[in-house]
Design a binder for this molecule. Structure first.
Ligand SMILES: [Ca+2]
Ligand SMILES: [Ca+2]
Ligand SMILES: [Ca+2]
Length: 652
């Protein structure tokens, strides 16, 4: 207390508050009269990346300081897009490398600093300032540029280095680029951590990104930088603790070594990837390439959230493939998942882990034929009771009338039999809210063109035309049949105010679109479907967008072409789920229980009890299908003795 000002300080002594975490602070005090007062506020921690200690490498060759810089230049115009430029580096696009390789080792140069401009001009934050500051550093020409044809455009650079981090803690890096860049740390696909990037084109600008190193050490890092047209420059530096170019140790920069570490074995791909946002039912796959050592396939183990899971392991041509089939199990919306991988090679064991968050979703609509999960996304919601197509109590619909609602059935290979026979019907009830550019159904097939357009309908597009596309788009008859809905025999002004039963069927070369059972469109000579189905999207195109802003109900798929009498039965009240040939059926009659966004984070055995760690509200049931009720008095971690035959737990 000083001069009538009271100051209270709370020091965070146990590590760091989690990246992006939100906190409430409440201050309670008494005034001199003894009256208790309080004030509260909230704050969110800025985002940062965390690099685990095991990413550090030992025995680094410190004889060459700086960076390895590889330049690839194309005579063709290349877009400013990070994924595209990874392909450029991999030699998949861009044709011949027209950079000037003079002084390089196969287009790779060893350089002291990353402070380049295409003309060697003063550019960015570090340049000829003439003031002797840590930023007063001359720009250099980009290695290999200008290229053999004198050009300074369509360049992609790849930088490998090992950064010596003197002590654990937070460091803020900066990358100034014209145009884009991406920086990661790590040794291979299993332990690489995305640190920062700019995906696009821009003039010389800095992107700052903060990194928590859990331990001091030598960390392999990689940046890619790319340039489309106009100016070209790049700088890589720290902003704190010191503002200095990497390896500019005289000005307080972190020491770096011009090394690209080679592992005895390397994980070449993992799925889902670190930092990815997979569908919650995705399986796990890992590939490991032998190098100077060979993977012992019997040693491979996978854990999910610390629990060992069954994995199939195979090896061919020095590449080990590891697959975990989760059998359709679902991670909760946004759940953080950590995958652990352990394997031995050449007598030493490697343990590595990576994390990602499952894609967020509103709820799951289960198919009543085989329990295929429809993942309900965006601002979709279930209707009130009685909001389904029949209007009866107990009948709910899926309300996609918002601006981003859709449902996806990820991994719909159960349709392959019907696609192989080239005979199926997709039928559903829909009540339109907004007419626009939209897709009511989009079944993706791997070999179908136009966005994997295996089986697709615009019901309608913004021009009031209904389109039914199969096996690509948009050739008349072989792929597409369409027509203005005003041409439908029973069309009237109130048409879109009512529920209608839509049916899209394919019986080899014959395609039909029926409304309430009545034939609206037909075509002959359609190409066959291909039996390589990926996903089913309901109420949008694949991946979302072009949302069909309708209430949907009774979305059904059959392995035959439904007849007029079949469809008229449904139109007059028979459940679509009661007809022969049903492959999948979503009636949307079970809305997910209202609840929070809790999740079970771990389940473990301790002293003979099951210990459940969770967020939100813990609920239990005697059957996996429920009903679930709150576990009275529970708090996380919750410990329960396994005395019953079975008990199921969820957290919401
Ligand atoms: Ca510069
Ligand atoms: Ca540029
Ligand atoms: Ca329903």
């Amino acid at each position: 207390q000083s001069g009538g000002i009271s100051t209270a300080t709370h020091e965070i002594t146990s590590g760091f508050l989690a990246s992006g975490s939100e906190h409430e602070v409440e201050v309670v005090w008494k005034d001199s009269g003894g009256t208790e007062l309080a004030a509260a506020s909230t704050f969110a921690v800025a985002g940062y990346a965390t690099i685990p200690a095991e990413v550090a490498i030992s025995n680094v060759d410190t004889s060459k300081k700086g960076f390895l810089f590889r330049t690839v230049q194309s005579a063709e115009g290349l877009g400013n897009e990070t994924a595209l430029r990874e392909q450029h580096l991999a030699g998949e696009i861009g044709g011949e490398n027209i950079a000037d390789d003079w002084g390089s080792d196969d287009y790779t140069w060893t350089v002291d600093l990353i402070n380049f401009d295409q003309d060697g001009n003063a550019q960015g934050e570090f340049r000829d300032l003439g003031d002797g500051s840590s930023q007063d550093v001359f720009d250099d020409f980009i290695p290999g540029i200008p290229g053999l044809e004198g050009g300074t455009d369509n360049i992609t650079g790849e930088i490998h280095t090992v950064v010596r981090v003197p002590k654990a803690g937070l460091y803020t890096f900066g990358f100034n680029s014209d145009d884009g860049f991406k920086t990661t740390a790590g040794n291979d696909a299993a332990d690489s951590v995305y640190l920062g990037g700019f995906n696009g084109g821009r003039g010389a600008s800095t992107t700052a990104f903060t990194v928590l190193f859990e331990a001091a050490g030598d960390y392999p890092m990689r940046s890619i930088w790319y340039e489309g047209g106009g100016g070209a420059n790049l700088e890589w530096f720290t902003i704190s603790p010191n503002k200095a170019l990497l390896n500019d140790t005289g000005n307080g920069g972190l020491a770096t070594f011009a090394v690209k570490p080679e592992l005895a074995t390397s994980v070449t791909a993992v799925s889902p990837a670190p930092g990815g946002a997979p569908f919650p039912n995705e399986n796990i796959s890992v590939t490991i390439a032998d190098g100077s050592a060979s993977v012992d396939t019997g040693s491979v183990q996978i854990t999910l959230g610390g629990q060992a899971v069954e994995a199939s392991v195979s090896k061919s041509g020095g590449v080990t493939t590891v697959e975990v089939d989760r059998g359709g199990a679902m991670w909760s919306s946004g759940e953080e998942v950590t995958v652990g991988l352990s394997y031995s090679a050449g007598g030493s064991t490697r343990d590595v882990s990576w994390s990602f968050n499952a894609r967020t979703y509103v709820g799951i609509a289960s198919d009543s034929v085989s329990s295929h999960s429809g993942l309900v996304l965006g601002d979709a919601k279930w209707t009130e009771d009685g909001g389904g197509a029949s209007g009866q109590a107990g009948d709910l619909g899926l309300d996609l009338t918002g601006t981003s609602g859709t449902m996806v059935v990820a991994g719909a290979d159960f349709l392959n039999d019907a696609f192989a026979k080239d005979v199926l019907t997709v039928a559903f009830w829909a009540k339109k809210s907004v007419i626009g550019n939209s897709s009511s159904v989009w079944i993706t097939s791997e070999s179908a063109g136009s966005g994997n357009r295996g089986f697709q309908a615009h019901t309608p597009w913004s021009n009031n035309n209904v389109y039914f596309d199969t096996q690509g788009c948009c050739a008349a008859d072989t792929q597409r049949v369409n027509g203005d809905v005003a041409g439908y025999e029973f069309y009237e002004d109130t048409f879109w105010d009512e529920w209608h039963l839509w049916s899209f069927s394919k019986d080899m070369d014959l395609k039909e679109v029926r409304i309430d059972g009545n034939l609206f469109l037909e075509s002959f000579g359609a190409d066959p479907l291909s039996a390589d189905v990926m996903d089913i999207w309901v109420g949008s195109e694949r991946g979302g967008a072009n949302y069909d802003r309708s209430v949907f109900d009774d979305f059904a798929i059959y392995d035959r072409a439904l007849s007029e009498s079949d469809l008229k039965k449904i139109a007059s009240g028979t459940s679509a789920g009661s007809l022969d040939g049903l492959i999948a059926f979503w009636d949307f009659n079970t809305a997910p229980a209202a609840g929070g966004d809790g999740a079970i984070s771990s389940v473990a055995l301790a002293d003979g009890s099951v210990v459940i760690e969770y967020t939100g509200t813990l609920k239990s049931a005697t059957s996996v299908t429920g009903p679930y009720s709150d576990v009275a008095g529970a708090s996380s971690p919750y410990s329960v003795a396994p005395t019953k035959a079975a008990e199921f737990y969820i957290a919401e």
